[in-house]
Design a protein around this ligand. Structure first.
Ligand SMILES: Cc1cc2nc3c(=O)[nH]c(=O)nc-3n(C[C@H](O)[C@H](O)[C@H](O)COP(=O)(O)OP(=O)(O)OC[C@H]3O[C@@H](n4cnc5c(N)ncnc54)[C@H](O)[C@@H]3O)c2cc1C
Length: 431
């Protein structure tokens, strides 16, 4: 049997289940998807006195919310200040980036105010770079970001890299101080518990198959029956096409679902993990094929994530490829056992920006481009304010338009070729 069994590290030692409830005939608001977006939106709506029903085609956290790297931060836009300025002008570019700073501040307040135990530690993130040219690039990009309120970074020159990470791969890097890490399954299950305590109803293993407009709102068809709703929120992110019916076509055409996979090593000796992660930070590199890694919250294992080559979540296909990448950073892990290997879907958008709004009367917050922990919790607050008719619901993303591409129907058939190309470029650039 392969060493790589499909098993999520985060599920260890978290005891969680919710009781099955009968289907109600109506609800003020129906939410499609019980991940961070759906559950956090529900929490705000319930506190405002609304009745809320959430449907999830799988179980709570079985989408990306219970499976991710648990890295939080401003998730500054992939295009950076220069790219965003080209696309939208400097003022708008700064507003888009500042939204990330607002999101991470709000995120920390939210976790504190809700008193959620999810091992959140704001230890910062080290982004290592493998060549001097890339180091100049990250220094320049980071310096540009000083235009944002609250942005802080430090450059790490080559001779100091081992203060940040026990690897010889990097020629330097940058520390982003507004980043941190948490245990995502604890967060998603805590949110679900709060939602049910406030009277929200969550139906797991129940797919929403259709949503139709009625004179008073919507008729929502599910695999266990039909519910009428005043409003509907689509919070299905990268799983929109997989489970959605006709209603989801508009969203699917705007989302590129991509597999992100993770592995967790066996427990390592304390001095090894202390040497690898002396500051207990989150980590990433300058690879075109996105890579992210960290120690587990108990500081015993290495958790490593990257784009997964297999779209069917086969751990035996994804796991060995990830281990190969991991061993380029820490060659001494060659003979270490991988105890956990899993994957999920992230949703990219064509403009690399998350989107929230209303389409044909249906509210949505979607398309976090692989960085959705902080963003989903923040956009859920903004979206719920909008649904409730409250002030201050605006975001810098509101007026960007949510574009598709001609002939794209939600199936990113070209992605394997794009990933292969990125992997090839990483190889020839020595990454
Ligand atoms: C391996 C991995 C690592 C990641 N690492 C990070 C990280 O370190 N930091 C970070 O910021 N982000 C990370 N992400 C991304 C982040 O996890 C997501 O952006 C975020 O969890 C999205 O939350 P969500 O609630 O919008 O969607 P999800 O958590 O994906 O939930 C969507 C839910 O909708 C349900 N659904 C879909 N259609 C229907 C339907 N028709 N009927 C009923 N239910 C439906 C699905 O079953 C699913 O449970 C990672 C993702 C993955 C997969």
């Amino acid at each position: 049997m392969s060493e790589y069994q499909n098993k999520v590290f985060w599920h260890q030692n978290v005891d969680f289940h919710i009781d099955k409830k009968p289907l109600e005939s109506s609800s003020d608001i129906v939410i499609v998807g019980a991940g961070f977006t759906g559950l956090a939106t529900a929490l705000h709506l319930l506190r405002a006195g609304k009745s809320v029903t959430i449907f999830d085609a799988m179980t709570i956290g079985e989408g990306a919310s219970g499976k991710n790297g648990g890295m939080v931060g401003p998730s500054l836009h992939k295009l950076g200040l220069a790219g965003l300025t080209n696309a939208y002008g400097r003022q708008k570019a700064l507003e888009i980036l500042q939204e990330g700073m607002t999101a991470i501040s709000y995120f920390q307040e939210f976790i504190a105010e809700e008193n959620i135990d999810c091992d959140l530690k704001m230890t910062g993130r080290f982004r290592g770079v493998t060549n001097e040219q890339a180091l100049e690039g990250v220094k320049r990009d980071s310096e540009n970001l000083l235009a944002l309120d609250g942005f802080k970074y430090d450059v790490v020159e080559k001779q100091n890299v081992h203060d940040e990470i026990g690897s010889d791969l990097y020629q330097g890097g940058v520390i982003y101080h507004q980043d941190g890490g948490l245990q995502p399954y604890k967060l998603v299950t805590s949110l679900a518990t709060k939602v049910t305590e406030l009277g929200g109803i969550i139906h797991e293993n129940t797919r929403v198959s259709d949503i139709t407009k009625t004179p008073n709102g919507f008729q929502v068809e599910t695999t266990i029956g039909t519910v009428s709703a005043g409003d509907v929120v689509v919070a299905s992110n990268a799983y929109t096409k997989k489970f959605g019916g006709n209603y989801s076509k508009w969203f699917s055409k705007r989302l590129l679902p991509i597999t992100s996979a993770m592995i967790a090593t066996e427990e390592l000796p304390k001095d090894t993990i202390d040497r690898f992660f002396p500051k207990k930070r989150m980590h990433g590199g300058n690879h075109r094929l996105v890579q992210y890694y960290r120690a587990s919250p108990d500081h015993k294992r290495v958790l490593f994530g990257a784009r997964g080559p297999d779209r069917l979540d086969r751990a035996d296909k994804n796991g060995p490829v990830l281990k190969e990448h991991l061993c380029k950073i820490f060659p001494e892990l060659e003979n270490v056992k991988i105890d956990y290997s899993w994957s999920g879907r992230v949703a990219y958008t064509f403009d690399h920006t998350p989107h929230l709004g209303i389409q044909d009367g249906i509210y949505y917050a979607i398309g976090y481009c692989g960085s959705g922990v902080t963003r989903s919790i923040y956009l859920a607050r903004q979206l719920s304010r909008r649904i409730l008719g409250q002030e201050n619901h605006q975001t810098a993303f509101d007026d960007l338009g949510f574009k598709s591409k001609p002939f794209y129907n939600g199936n990113p058939w070209f992605m394997p070729a794009v990933l292969k190309w990125h992997s090839f470029l990483d190889r020839i650039e020595g990454n």
